[in-house]
Design a protein around this ligand. Structure first.
Ligand SMILES: Cc1cc2nc3c(=O)[nH]c(=O)nc-3n(C[C@H](O)[C@H](O)[C@H](O)COP(=O)(O)O)c2cc1C
Ligand code: SF4
Length: 436
């Protein structure tokens, strides 16, 4: 049963996990979070990652706005070792909203300028972060003009509203060209790594699960057919954009019917995601950011919360259990591929205890990096506080109120309505005044 976060101390949250039948990893020593990683492919100064968080605040041409810049400069000043830029569209029709970032030939200089400023700002904090761009096509959730214009790989009765346009193989080949072109621009604008986004119900994860797609080289029963789009895209980027690090944000279980990494009851079945990671590893991919669920269908899986969006029911699943399922699912992958580096997700629900739990999970060898999403909106300077004070300040943490999601669902710029009140609290007030 869902419950709000009311733990007054570490003993209470650890006991709650026990009552739910699980052990919550926990340590008072957060030093594992501050250890660098250096491999032949990449270097990261600490284990804290700003997760990709769409801000719905680009200019109309897809370039970063002043608000976008503000968000990234706050991350840069905060000391995270890796800044994983939000979903950036590879095409105008694949945008999730009219203000989704979209990298293209005409605006590539604005991305170079942003990256330069981010690097300068991080340097002031003594950090040289790895900059990752998340390239995406929103597929079923495309809304380029603010109204849904779904472009899907396959129909899905659980998710479809109306009859979406089903992309042909020719369409997909064109989209693949757009991924490669965007990857070239991303490299040109100074990103260290390119994420081929494969999570949260968007186009690439949909293709990975497209069993019902007929007469197509990109779907069907065989995993190798369903993996083809993603793997070909990666192979092309490897050969056409040499030197750039390639990664992916991958859902290891969609936890809905017809999704990726699920059994016939929509429970996690990691067989195919493990097979895909093996293929990725064979292609030299060494960094993978893991997630689960869909923000549209089962948001409590992707981002366990205290408060749902207005009008949404409270989930049956206890949010702490959601956090533990993400930790345990990720651990299975990290243990299966100990030489790869996995980023773990969904830690923000843990508030001031996120660093303690994250450090313990790293200590156990169950993950390599700790990703922070909503926490980075609310408390971008958490890494610096950990370096200086060894602990998080409870008065700055995200309280998982869903306010930022409420803003973006209403096509307003996204940020923390609680801890960054002057801008985003006011945005929420305007929304409420508009009756939304
Ligand atoms: C407002 C908002 C925007 C998000 N945008 C993205 C995105 O662009 N790409 C992505 O992979 N995940 C996105 N996510 C999911 C987060 O990256 C993260 O996985 C999720 O919030 C759970 O982590 P947390 O508990 O640290 O917040 C978004 C989540 C929120 C709340
Ligand atoms: S609005 Fe702020 S406190 Fe609420 S969920 Fe988003 S980041 Fe967390």
């Amino acid at each position: 049963m869902h419950e709000r976060f009311r733990y007054k101390n570490k003993k209470e949250i650890i006991e709650k996990a026990h009552l739910l039948g699980f052990e919550l990893p926990f340590t008072d020593n957060i030093s594992p979070l501050l250890l660098p990683v250096a491999t032949a492919e990449f270097s990261v100064p600490n284990r804290l990652v700003v997760q990709p968080m769409e801000g719905y605040d680009s200019e109309a041409d897809g370039s970063p706005s002043e608000l976008t810049k503000r968000r990234y400069l706050r991350y840069a000043a905060g000391g995270s070792g890796m800044i994983w830029y939000e979903a950036v569209s590879i095409s105008p029709d694949g945008r999730s909203n009219p203000n989704q970032l979209w990298i293209n030939k005409k605006n590539v200089a604005s991305y170079s300028a942003l990256n330069n400023e981010v690097r300068r700002e991080a340097e002031k904090a003594g950090i040289n972060p790895l900059l990752v761009i998340q390239l995406t096509h929103s597929g079923r959730y495309s809304k380029p003009s603010g109204i849904p214009q779904p472009l899907t790989a396959v129909s899905n009765i659980t998710l479809d509203k109306g009859s979406p346009y089903i992309l042909s193989d020719d369409d997909l080949n064109r989209i693949q060209d757009q991924y490669v072109a965007s990857a070239k621009l991303a490299a040109q604008s100074g990103f260290d790594a390119i994420d081929i986004k494969a999570c949260h119900g968007y186009l690439v994860i949909e293709l990975l699960a497209a069993r019902a797609r007929q007469n197509s080289i990109y779907g069907g029963e065989e995993p190798s057919d369903r993996f083809r789009f993603m793997l070909r895209t990666i192979d092309r980027i490897k050969s056409e954009v040499p030197g750039i690090l390639i990664t992916t944000r991958l859902n290891i279980s969609d936890r809905y019917q017809g999704g990726f990494g699920v059994d016939s009851d929509s429970n996690p079945d990691f067989t195919e995601p493990l097979l895909l990671v093996k293929e990725l590893k064979e292609r030299g991919i060494s960094l993978i950011n893991l997630s689960m669920g869909s923000p549209y269908f089962n948001p409590y899986v992707t981002r366990p919360f205290d408060t749902p969006l207005p009008g949404q029911k409270l989930p049956e699943e206890h949010p702490l259990l959601g956090v533990i399922k993400m930790i345990n699912g990720t651990a299975l992958f990290q243990k299966s591929f100990p030489d790869l580096f996995f980023v773990g997700s969904a830690y923000s629900y843990l508030r001031q205890y996120a660093p303690n739990v994250g450090a313990a999970v790293i200590n156990n060898g169950d993950v390599s990096f700790i990703g922070l999403g909503r926490s980075s909106f609310a408390y971008p300077s958490l890494p610096l506080d950990l370096m200086i004070n060894g602990q998080a300040d409870p008065s700055k943490v995200c309280i998982t109120c869903s306010g930022c999601t409420r803003l973006i669902r209403n096509l307003r710029p996204g940020g923390c309505v609680i801890r960054d009140r002057e801008i985003y609290g006011n945005e929420l007030k305007k929304l409420i005044a508009d009756g939304k």
